[in-house]
Write a protein that binds this ligand. Structure first.
Ligand SMILES: C[S@@+](CC[C@H](N)C(=O)[O-])C[C@H]1O[C@@H](n2cnc3c(N)ncnc32)[C@H](O)[C@@H]1O
Length: 267
């Protein structure tokens, strides 16, 4: 584990945080009253939020499994979240036991629970870096210690980039993360959207804003711009409920999830 020492290690229990609101919505235990209160407001406006959060994690599992079955064995998961079984390494190492995974998050609560992310297979390797996605150089420097950039790496940004405003240039961040990686590397992405229900999602954005968390929902066209230049796997950038799954994947209630998903490959 890296020693952060950069001001993102102190837990502020008076302020809601995206990772902990999400943890509450998923039914986890690692949040504070302020996060629970914000999450309850979200659930009032969007009663399907719990189902949507589980559907989002289901997409993570499906995409990771699909890529592992295609032979990808290195993953860089940015915006990991508070550990929730199965974590990405458990999904991937079930298919590829010697897979290597580097996890990244900026929430000090994730750091506190990171040991749960480090219990992988003996053949594989997992590591955790405390960093912000807006620090791609720091992320890449840490990831290089675990991952071989001469071989394809999957960058995973699942329900992350809607917490990154336009001023932070999310496309530039993705480009920076993918730039040093070998051709054949991939991106798996899910991203919140107001396309399907603008009024409800405006309410959700306002709840996060009032709790000090920026939420930038993006349209299909805007998310398409983030991933432009990648070869998207069929069916392309689609609503989560349209993402296909293998017969052996678990059943999930994905209807109406306000999230777009895609998997793309670097040429
Ligand atoms: C909604 S959770 C998603 C967790 C997990 N990827 C999933 O889909 O189940 C968003 C995560 O992104 C993290 N996050 C938000 N902004 C971030 C940033 N600027 N840098 C790094 N992580 C960030 C939060 O701490 C949180 O853990």
């Amino acid at each position: 584990m890296t020693d952060p020492g950069d001001g993102i290690t102190t837990i502020d229990t008076a302020k809601a945080h995206s990772a902990r609101i999400y943890d509450y919505i998923l039914g986890g235990k690692d949040h504070y009253p302020v996060d629970a209160a914000a999450a309850e407001q979200v659930l009032k406006v969007l009663p399907g939020a719990r189902q949507a959060a589980h559907a989002n994690r289901g997409f993570m599992r499906r995409a990771a499994r699909l890529l592992a079955r295609r032979g990808l064995r290195q993953f860089l998961d940015v915006g990991t979240g508070i550990p929730t079984r199965p974590n990405l390494h458990q999904v991937v190492q079930e298919v590829v036991p010697d897979a290597r995974i580097t996890y990244v998050d900026h929430d000090p609560v994730v750091l506190r629970h990171a040991e749960a992310l480090l219990r992988g297979t003996p053949a594989g390797r997992t590591e955790y870096i405390q960093a912000d996605v807006r620090e791609p150089e720091k992320i890449l420097a840490g990831a290089r210690e675990v991952l071989d950039f001469d071989e394809p790496v999957v960058v995973s940004t699942i329900a992350l980039l809607h917490f990154v405003g336009d001023d932070a240039d999310p496309r530039g961040l993705l480009e920076a993360l993918l730039e040093p990686l070998a051709p054949g590397s991939a991106l798996m992405l899910s991203h919140g959207t107001a396309d399907f229900d603008p009024a409800t999602m405006a309410g959700i954005v306002e709840i996060y804003r009032a709790n000090g968390v920026l939420l930038r929902m993006r349209s299909h066209a805007e998310i398409g711009e983030l991933v432009a230049g990648l070869d998207l796997l069929e069916p392309g950038l689609v609503a989560l409920e349209e993402w296909p799954h293998e017969p052996e994947d678990e059943a999930l209630d994905t209807a109406g999830t306000p999230v777009y998903t895609c998997v793309g490959f670097k040429r």
